[in-house]
Ligand binder design. Structure first.
Ligand code: BGC
Length: 454
């Protein structure tokens, strides 16, 4: 790779020392989050989820599930069939941009409307249906059924929801319509859904991770280590799933020594400034944007499209005036390309700048930029996963993962494993499994556990 570009991208390459240092800081943060006396100073809030039983695989019954937390929202009907088996029917609904930042009550009315239509379509309007609500934002829970939103993330910003119980808000929206007999029996995070759905298939699963629009993880912790948990929840069960909310890591400056000027710029332009800094280096909502900002700089420094002469300034202007024009899915497409066709890369360059057939050299440079940004993201995610695995007493730990970045990027899994091999304690064994529909199946499983507990 040519020297200018290599120099430019150096800021994204984490040295072994930096990896170790981020790892130590992350572990400290989780320990602080778990302790009542230090929780308020920690970024990673380590919320107890009140999910204390992992699935056995024998769970049965029909459950509704709702999945809100990314660009789409889904309604699902999950039939748990015992023998580790389940079927899922689902419908995707868009969340219009104005609803993402409009009054909260309108968002919940929209959800209740979609829910009623779905139930009607499946001829279940008169049936009693328990519902598990996968609500993928940071929430303080007081039990399985209550979840108070602490802050919106991922571009959502509806007023009137922070500080409120989202289970109650959904319940009230369903009641206002009065056309379905649905009871909200459990609220959960998508990471919990991922862990539960993977544990349903593989009982060694102890960690659930999402690398999608947002980024976060949960894991199974011994109740004695969860200082935030009241004694009554420590009597019967000895474990609990803890939602780390690791996306917030770095808000006290712990990542400043590795953050770049581009990370600062992404943060400055976001609707949640100075928040979710780890998430802004690792998740789908931001990775494409990082590439866009780096490309502008590379064009200014004559480090890419060298043959384009004056047109380089035009390309830079296109990128500067169109926020989000470079999508995270482009990174996966570019890194999936095969030589010598480079079909995805050429199509994307044409879409962006109108260049008919970009040179191999420019294609390779763009790919290099993408690789530096995606491998840094994977390294950071691996640091977090390793920190959690090393806290768990079991010798073998399976990690369930989902999310568009992990799922569609051709090398994210390899990048993660490479770093994990360096950080997971040598007496431990780990594996990673792709989750199948954690937000649906996982929500039904938590609802099933909730019904059993009741
Ligand atoms: C949210 C988490 C969620 C993650 C992945 C983050 O922005 O705070 O609750 O698990 O995104 O969807």
């Amino acid at each position: 790779m040519d020297v200018e570009l290599r120099e430019l991208m150096q800021a994204f390459v984490l040295s072994d020392y930096q990896v170790q240092e981020v790892y130590s800081r992350f572990c400290l943060e989780i320990a602080k989050g778990l302790r009542r006396s230090t929780n308020s100073q920690s970024n990673t809030k380590c919320f107890p989820t009140y999910v204390q039983e992992l699935p056995t695989g024998d769970e049965m019954g029909k459950y509704l599930a709702l999945d809100l937390g990314g660009t789409n929202f889904r309604v699902l009907l999950v039939s748990l069939k015992g023998h580790h088996d389940a079927t899922v029917e689902s419908q995707i609904y868009a969340v219009p941009k104005d609803l993402m930042i409009g009054p909260g009550v309108e968002l919940f009315d929209h959800i209740a409307e979609c829910l009623a239509k779905f139930v009607h379509k499946h001829n279940m309007s008169s049936a009693y249906l328990p519902l598990g609500f996968t609500f993928s934002f940071p929430c303080v829970q007081a039990g399985l059924k209550e979840a108070m939103l602490t802050r919106w993330t991922k571009g959502f910003g509806c007023p009137g929801v922070e500080g409120e119980d989202v289970g109650r808000m959904l319940h009230e929206a369903i009641r206002r319509r009065g056309d379905a007999d649905i009871a909200v029996v459990a609220l959960l995070n998508d990471t919990t859904g991922t862990l539960m759905s993977c544990a349903h298939r593989n009982p060694e699963c102890r960690v659930g991770v999402i690398v999608g629009t947002g980024c976060n993880a949960c894991y199974v912790e011994h109740v004695d280590n969860v200082d935030l948990l009241d004694a009554q929840f420590k009597r019967k069960e000895k474990q609990i799933i803890v939602n780390c909310e690791w996306g917030a890591f770095g808000e006290s400056g712990q990542l400043d020594f590795v953050r770049t000027e581009y990370d600062n710029e992404v943060d400055r332009k976001s609707i949640n400034r100075a928040q979710q800094l780890f998430e802004k280096m690792t998740s789908g909502m931001y990775l494409g944007e990082l590439v866009r900002l780096v490309l502008v700089r590379a064009l200014e420094r004559n480090a890419i499209f060298k043959g384009a002469g004056n047109r380089r300034a035009e390309y830079a202007a296109i990128l500067q005036h169109n926020i989000d024009i470079f999508e995270t899915k482009h990174i996966s497409e570019i890194e999936s390309d095969t030589f010598p066709e480079l079909a995805n890369t050429r199509r994307i360059i044409k879409q962006l700048f109108g260049i008919e057939k970009a040179s191999v050299e420019d294609c390779q440079k763009l790919r290099y930029i993408c690789e530096c940004i995606s491998s840094r993201a994977a390294t950071l995610v691996a640091i977090g996963i390793s920190g959690l695995i090393n806290r768990i007493a079991d010798r073998k730990v399976v990690v369930g993962i989902d999310g568009s970045v992990y799922r569609y990027h051709p090398k994210f899994d390899t990048y993660i494993r490479n770093t994990m091999h360096k950080l997971v304690k040598s007496d431990k064994e780990f594996d990673i499994m792709l989750s199948e529909d954690g937000s649906g199946r996982g929500a039904a499983l938590v609802a099933a556990v909730a019904s059993k507990t009741k």
